[in-house]
Design a protein around this ligand. Structure first.
Ligand code: 719
Ligand code: MG
Length: 214
């Protein structure tokens, strides 16, 4: 049977990246998406904004919703100190299998825990299953109509603390209107928009950074 796009993306990483070198994995994926086949990774332009938010925050406990091929997982994990932990949730088994290999090629498996399953099933189990009290940083990049319900679920599960940063991809394209309205109008968040472009294109997109005020 024909290969899938994530499989072809993994092949490009295997061919062009250096094992244990996260930057070479990132560059190989960006090159593949720019010159071979577009894929819905955050990309290099928005990725630089993600990098700056993570570097400034220096988080110990990170949650990512929607791993896909692991591109943003690698971008975030490469900036974390060895003691830090990134839990990434992915409910598509095929994508999870690809992402595990991408994360391993980057040499970052010691700091990343990829959990195969749905965010709504796993967010309520973070405390008892992973011993996580609260997260310092959450990156949202899964189905766009799930950003808001999962944010409310994280609040209800007590996983956000004063100062927790939520960073949401695609707030313009494809767009997350209900989530944006919530974080921009709620007294529990301080929110700001980072204007950028849709990965590998000239279309407008951006990231919304929202600090939970408790
Ligand atoms: O749709 C986009 N992203 C979705 C990501 C989904 C990934 O996350 C996984 N996932 C989804 N829901 C959950 C879940 N929980 C919720 C369900 O239970 N729990 C766990 N994992 C979940 C999927 O299995 C995928 O791996 C997108 C589109 C464009 C785009 C822009 C312009 C265009 F023209 C076309 C496309 C650009 C982007 O940057 C984008 O991120
Ligand atoms: Mg995205």
């Amino acid at each position: 049977t024909r290969s899938t796009r994530p499989q072809r993306l993994l092949n490009a990483v295997r061919k062009h990246a250096t094992r244990g070198d996260p930057q070479s994995v990132i560059s190989a994926i960006d090159h593949f998406c720019r010159h071979s086949e577009w894929a819905m990774n955050i990309g290099d332009e928005k990725g630089s904004i993600l990098d700056s938010v993570v570097s400034e925050l220096n988080p110990e406990k990170v949650l990512e919703l929607g791993t896909y091929c692991g591109y943003s997982t690698v971008r975030i994990a490469r900036l974390l100190p060895p003691g830090a932990r990134l839990i990434t949730l992915e409910f598509n088994a095929d994508y999870a299998a690809i992402a595990r290999q991408v994360i391993a090629l980057a040499g970052l498996e010691d700091r990343v825990q990829l959990v195969e399953g749905a965010s709504e099933d796993w967010i309520p189990r973070m405390k008892e299953h992973f011993g996580i009290e609260t997260f310092d940083f959450v990156f949202l990049d899964h189905w766009k109509d799930r950003y808001l319900p999962d944010t409310k679920l994280m609040e209800d599960c007590g996983l956000l603390r004063k100062g927790t940063v939520l960073l949401a991809d695609n707030v313009i394209c494809p767009g997350v209107p209900d989530y944006l309205q919530y974080v921009r109008n709620s007294l529990s968040y301080k929110s700001c928009y980072f204007k950028s472009h849709l990965e590998y294109t000239k279309a407008e997109d951006g990231l919304e950074k929202s600090v939970f005020l408790g």
